[in-house]
Design a protein around this ligand. Structure first.
Ligand SMILES: [Zn+2]
Length: 323
């Protein structure tokens, strides 16, 4: 037995003991991924490399029971012998089909994709990806002074690119898509930036979504239409977006989605009420934690997964289960 294997076995026994003690309060880890890719830069921490994703799925296949999101409520009521895990993806990047799906199929692991439906067939990268490239891969001019929506943004080079990225995100995420597109275009001109062509980071097309879901392993959830930040937008805009995105999901896969994920993970009482009123049965946030029988079904916590090795992922997951 290797040192690694001994360490593993020791941890596994502790793990089993903890599980036995915690059966009275069943818990489920809902994992949150976005992209399975190795991009030039990843300042938003949205990417897990393909090899590492495969290592994560290996850990899940060996030591956990991966269930569909729709089974969460019923499984919280049942005794279990292995840790229960749900795999989710947000947004709808093409690499989910090209890279993640073959790995999920290899291990026969189900997953849910929360889709922001306006991007489908747009064949344009998401604005936050263009913003990241623009700020991090371009020699920026010494100063910026512009209106973003109704706010004036003044920035100097000595404040650094990350400061600019953060302030622009905060302002842009409050606007509608046409306003965001206008600001991004202006910024590209200001910085002399040409958006990089990267097919894997484009949103999935309608045909690709049908390919992704046709085997039955990946189900569709809803992530709004334009990926709007619900907490800063008015109720009628949110309602219209929810209805539009439900209809688009239904058009794409023939059934309405039962689960929602709040864009940017942000929610408040009003957005929860709107999601309930739209007919969803549950909603995921980006709040960190495990789902238990006492969790609010419309504010389910998730665990955001980083670009970690399989062994780090394994230890990280155990930390939550054994806490
Ligand atoms: Zn998202």
């Amino acid at each position: 037995m290797s040192v690694t294997a001994k360490r593993w076995w020791g941890k596994a026994r502790r793990w089993t003991g903890r599980l036995a003690r915690s059966r009275a309060t069943p818990r489920i880890a809902v994992l949150m991924y976005h992209r399975v890719a190795e991009p030039v830069n990843d300042p938003w921490k949205m990417c897990v490399g393909p090899r590492r994703f495969s290592e994560h799925m290996t850990v899940l296949a060996q030591h956990c029971e991966v269930i569909g999101l729709s089974s969460v409520v019923s499984r919280l009521e049942q005794p279990r012998t292995r840790p229960l895990v749900v795999v989710t993806f947000d947004d709808g990047y093409r690499d989910n089909l090209e890279v993640a799906l073959p790995i999920l199929e290899k291990f026969e692991l189900p997953a849910t994709l929360f889709l922001a439906t306006d991007a489908v067939d747009a064949a344009e990268p998401w604005w936050w990806d263009v913003l990241a490239d623009l700020v991090l891969e371009t020699s920026l001019p010494p100063a910026l002074d512009m209106l973003v929506g109704e706010e004036r943004l003044v920035w100097r080079l000595q404040e650094g690119p990350d400061e600019l990225r953060g302030r622009l995100w905060e302002l842009l995420s409050r606007l509608d898509v046409s306003a965001i597109t206008g600001v991004i275009r202006h910024l590209c001109q200001w910085a002399g930036h040409e958006p990089r062509h990267d097919p894997l980071r484009l949103p999935l097309s309608g045909e690709e979504i049908r390919q992704l879901t046709k085997g039955g392993l990946v189900s569709l959830g809803c992530h709004s239409a334009s990926h709007l930040r619900m907490t800063v937008r008015d109720a009628s805009t949110c309602k219209e977006e929810l209805s539009r995105s439900i209809n688009e999901c239904r058009r794409l896969v023939g059934e309405r989605p039962s689960a929602f994920a709040f864009p940017f993970g942000e929610y408040d009482q009003l957005s929860v009420e709107l999601v309930k009123a739209a007919g969803f049965g549950m909603a995921c946030t980006s709040d960190e934690g495990l789902v238990t029988a006492s969790s609010d079904l419309f504010a389910l916590p998730r665990l955001g997964v980083g670009n970690w090795t399989g062994s780090y992922f394994d230890a990280w997951l155990r930390h939550y289960w054994c806490a």
